[in-house]
Design a binder for this molecule. Structure first.
Ligand code: FE2
Length: 300
């Protein structure tokens, strides 16, 4: 549990293919929406199988792949239009090479599976996401970032409190996060926590490119206290999707259990809004991001 976290259960819904008024009201009130059964077991199995394939294809890279030094920053900064692997800090040696089998060392894979991998492309541009984004009034969304996030048994680290609008910015802000459980996520193995209604507060931090746009910087914008005591766990069965408003403070705890926790995330912005060049994520190799729906599926 998060220290002092509320024991209240979040409102949750069974996904039946359409967004209801009650779902819209919950999303507006809480800043998140928990949709059980969003992805069916076959879809989850196909995605998980593809993740295993990406892991198998990922030879240990030449560059260090954890944050904290210039080479690691470059590896990250150039990953917006690629599929790259990133390791847990505790699972690499002093020069950034994994110190255990790669499948047990990964922190995440990112950031363009939705454009570069046909399995992810088809899933992200399937009927469910089209109906969901339309039902939430987000039909002008474009898909900017996809990740597979691992919480390895024993070493899966905490992801601290943050707001996704810190990391992906349009003018005005429009980022929306979609978090899909590829394995069950519980309080024991590192599920999400969120503060209901917290999206109505200010954006607290800015993260982006500094200097000649080849370095990373985090800046504080607003020191309004975060009420972590009001956090609720967003436990999820395989196939549950959580929609996250860009201003919603959320985090996830470390995985101290012996059960893996895998999730897929997708982040969208309004494709009609300016996207500043100091966003860390740039995609020179892919061009303008595409929207939801089969008409936007890759031709490749
Ligand atoms: Fe996030």
């Amino acid at each position: 549990m998060v220290g002092g976290a509320s024991s209240a259960s979040p409102e949750r819904f069974d996904w039946t293919g359409t967004v209801t008024d009650a779902m819209r009201a919950a999303y507006e009130r809480d800043g998140f929406l928990v949709l059980d059964g969003f992805a069916d077991p076959d879809a989850c199995a196909a995605l998980s199988e593809r993740v295993d394939g990406l892991i198998a294809e990922a030879a240990a890279p030449d560059s260090p792949t954890v944050f904290g030094d210039h080479a690691g920053d470059r590896y990250f900064l150039e990953s917006g239009d690629k599929i790259r692997v990133f390791f847990e800090p505790d699972a690499v040696d002093a020069v950034g090479r994994p110190n255990r089998p790669i499948e047990q060392a990964l922190n995440k894979i990112g950031h363009a599976m939705h454009d570069l991998d046909p399995v992810f492309d088809r899933f992200c541009r399937g009927e469910n996401f089209r109906a969901l984004s339309q039902g939430l009034g987000l039909e002008t969304s474009v898909l900017l970032q996809s990740m597979v996030i691992f919480k390895q048994p024993g070493v899966g680290a905490e992801v601290g409190w943050h707001q996704d609008a810190t990391f992906l910015r349009t003018q005005p802000h429009s980022v929306t996060g979609y978090w899909l459980a590829l394995e069950e996520a519980s309080v024991e193995n590192g599920c999400l926590y969120a503060i209901p209604g917290g999206h109505k507060g200010p954006l607290r931090q800015w993260f982006g490119r500094a200097g000649d746009h080849d370095a990373l910087e985090m800046r504080d914008l607003d020191d309004t206290t975060l009420n972590a005591d009001a956090a609720v766990p967003l436990e999820a069965a395989t196939g549950t999707l959580v929609v996250l408003h860009g201003f919603l403070p959320h985090m996830s705890t470390p995985n101290r259990s012996d059960r893996s926790r895998r999730a897929m995330t997708l982040h969208t912005v309004d494709g009609g809004l300016p996207y500043p060049s100091d966003n860390w994520l740039q995609r020179p190799g892919l061009g303008a991001p595409r929207g939801f729906g089969p008409e936007a599926a890759a031709a490749s």
